[in-house]
Design a protein around this ligand. Structure first.
Ligand code: SF4
Ligand code: SF4
Length: 185
């Protein structure tokens, strides 16, 4: 993974070139190891299926809470696409968003429109998907316990799968590098 540029926080912000170069490099890396990444792709599929199971409930939450919000999180919060998001997109060949989110102070996210987020849920940052604000938590509590507890369980499951996904890709890269080094020695 040597030529993929990673930053702890916030990666690739406000600069087009690192974002595009890193995605190109990641795309090449995934293509290069395609045959060895079956387990990682299965994990990505599992994440997709878990994510999709949440979208109906999340649409309801947004419809009921967001239009009247005095402090919209898409303006106030600092979030970004992370490495696991990008791995997920590349492994499933999902469209890659054109740029990193804005990470500046009190700057509205570049993907925010008057009608909410402009990018499909499946390619939003995990940081956005997993964020359930106080208003939404109270709304869930008023409904009944079932949707809320299912939501939190699924968020935990996806979090674990994302770690497994990164570990799985990392393991493939390390094994390949060792095998190449052994062949050359
Ligand atoms: S998710 Fe919560 S904080 Fe964000 S816009 Fe909706 S109600 Fe406001
Ligand atoms: S990507 Fe979408 S959900 Fe996330 S901060 Fe930007 S507008 Fe909000």
């Amino acid at each position: 993974m040597a030529d993929v540029i990673f930053f702890p926080i916030p990666p690739w912000s406000d600069r087009e070139s690192p974002w595009k170069n890193s995605n190109r490099a990641l795309g090449r890396l995934i293509a290069h190891h395609r045959n060895d990444l079956k387990a990682a792709r299965s994990l990505a599929e599992a994440i997709r299926s878990q994510l999709m199971s949440l979208f109906g409930l999340m649409d309801d939450l947004c419809r009921n809470c967001c239009p009247w919000c005095p402090d919209p999180c898409c303006i106030l919060n600092k979030v970004w696409f992370d490495f696991r998001d990008l791995l997920f997109f590349h492994l499933l060949e999902l469209p890659i968003p054109p740029a990193q989110l804005n990470c500046g102070d009190r700057q509205a996210c570049r993907y925010l429109s008057h009608h909410g987020c402009r990018i499909p849920r499946i390619i939003r940052p995990w940081a956005c998907t997993r964020y359930i604000c106080g208003t939404q938590t109270r709304h869930l509590a008023r409904l009944n316990t079932a949707p809320g507890s299912r939501l939190h369980q699924t968020i935990e499951t996806i979090g674990r799968l994302r770690i497994d996904l990164e570990n799985s890709v990392h393991q493939v890269c390390v094994t390949n590098r060792r095998e190449n080094a052994a062949r050359q020695s």
